[in-house]
Design a protein around this ligand. Structure first.
Ligand SMILES: [Zn+2]
Length: 195
């Protein structure tokens, strides 16, 4: 028996549910095979350059970042947002880093200056949010739900050129075309059997 998740892919750009054998998202037109050519490195560059239209947030681990590294960084240094910097979620990382630094300074100097009023009034909530981010991210990384910014990497680690990759995608598309007609039949079959 096929499970429902085996049949569908959620588009990382518009969140539309598509059949897995579709080449393109029926809503926004994203070519799914291009997801095989994305890297976190290209995603980070696009994030820094503020080229939002190039960035996709995916929960599938791209080849250039490692889950175990992210998990270790989050577990030991998550209160400083280091795992967010590693994966290119800079705003989130900067928030955690800032909150932890201010909180640390308050604790270090608490014998000299009384911060308690400031802390209780202004800093309790940011600190709580930082802890929630830290622990939630740890969980999200474990269950593969942490959203990683990626972009199509035409340099593909410098091995392939943009044209080579585009050609590969075109060839893949052609092959898929043949497969697709079979698959659509299979799905229709599957639906008929269910009824
Ligand atoms: Zn889409």
């Amino acid at each position: 028996m096929q499970r429902k998740e085996d049949l569908f892919i959620t588009c990382p750009r518009c969140k539309e549910k598509n059949f897995k054998n579709q080449k393109k998202c029926s809503e926004c037109g994203l070519v799914f095979d291009k997801l095989n050519y994305v890297t976190n490195r290209a995603g980070k560059i696009a994030v820094v350059k503020r080229e939002k239209e190039k960035v996709l947030k995916v929960d599938k681990w791209p080849p250039d970042v490692k889950k175990y590294k992210a998990l270790l960084l989050c577990g030991f240094l998550g209160f400083l947002g280091i795992h967010n910097f590693y994966l290119g979620r800079y705003v989130k990382g900067a928030f955690s880093l800032f909150v932890t630094l201010v909180a640390s300074i308050c604790i270090l100097l608490e014998n000299y200056i009384d911060y308690s009023a400031f802390y209780e009034t202004f800093f309790f909530i940011p600190t709580a949010i930082m802890f929630i981010f830290w622990w939630a991210d740890f969980l999200l990384i474990i269950i593969n739900k942490y959203k990683i910014p990626v972009a199509i990497d035409y340099e593909y680690f410098g091995v392939k050129t943009k044209n080579e990759i585009l050609q590969e995608i075109a060839e893949f598309d052609n092959k898929q075309e043949d497969k697709n007609s079979d698959n659509v039949e299979n799905i229709l079959d599957f639906k008929r059997k269910k009824k």
